[in-house]
Ligand binder design. Structure first.
Ligand code: ADE
Length: 243
């Protein structure tokens, strides 16, 4: 999978050289390329931002450097059909389901916004010539999209075949089927007076599987009830139809 990342902080992505993602990059399973947006500016100060039309606090990323960078990266796409992702707290929420879908792409381009965001015309212009999506990694505001891009690359990259050595370890994870993962234990069987649940020492695989499933449901109900299917909402016959 080819991944291009456009940022004003290329050094941020040095961490991708370590860990499984770094190894996959060296092995050629992933092909990560980091682009400095300032290389696409045309003034002495390598300016990437300006004040917002209409007033207000903060700065907006100028369209010209983004346009040039994306012209080049989309134009040179080895697949000719890249998916372009703009990171923004105003995007659709990035979930495990989205990570799985993205892991099937051959070429993604991640554009890291900063300041008050990127001039909207960059997103509109990109939408006219490539598949485009705006993504948030959660309902909180970061200083920029770099941390979001790192999270996306790691969550997506590990799902690309060959990146994680044992693909079975990807199956029973939190969020893989809408539930949180069960609790895990390793040796010793007793630690600081706390015992590993008997069932895990029983050797009875059927019993262990059903205990784990039960734990997943209980955990999800306690910590993330929003993930569980809610009760059917019945139509209220007394409510107005909005006319
Ligand atoms: N940029 C700033 N906050 C962000 C978020 N929550 N997700 C993605 N990009 C962002």
């Amino acid at each position: 999978m080819r991944v291009d990342i456009v940022t004003i902080f290329p050094d941020f992505f040095d961490v991708l050289d370590v860990s499984l993602i770094g190894k996959a990059n060296q092995a050629g399973i992933l092909n990560l390329r980091i682009h400095d947006l300032r290389d696409y500016t045309d003034d002495r100060h390598r300016t990437v931002d300006d004040t917002p039309y209409g007033g207000g606090a903060g700065m907006v990323m100028k369209p010209e450097p983004w346009g040039r960078a994306l012209d080049r990266i989309i134009g040179l796409s080895p697949t000719g059909d890249p998916l372009v992702i703009f990171t923004s707290p105003a995007g659709e929420v990035f979930t495990q389901t989205a990570a799985r879908q993205l892991s099937r792409e051959d070429h993604i381009v991640i554009c890291c916004g900063r300041y008050e965001g990127i001039d909207q015309r960059v997103i509109d212009d990109t939408t006219n010539r490539a598949r485009t999506v705006t993504m948030s990694i959660g309902d909180y505001v970061l200083n920029g999209g770099e941390v979001a891009a790192l999270a996306i690359v790691e969550a997506v990259g590990r799902l690309v075949p060959g990146v994680v050595g044992n693909p079975e370890s990807l199956v029973e994870e939190s969020h893989e089927d809408g539930l949180l993962e069960y609790p895990s234990y390793t040796k010793p069987a007793t630690w600081r007076g706390l015992d590993v649940p008997d069932v895990l020492l029983s050797g009875n695989h059927k019993l262990i599987a059903s205990w784990r499933q039960q734990q997943r449901i209980e955990r999800t109900r306690a910590i993330r009830p929003d993930l569980l299917p809610g009760p059917e909402v019945e139509d209220d016959p007394g409510s107005s139809s909005g006319q």
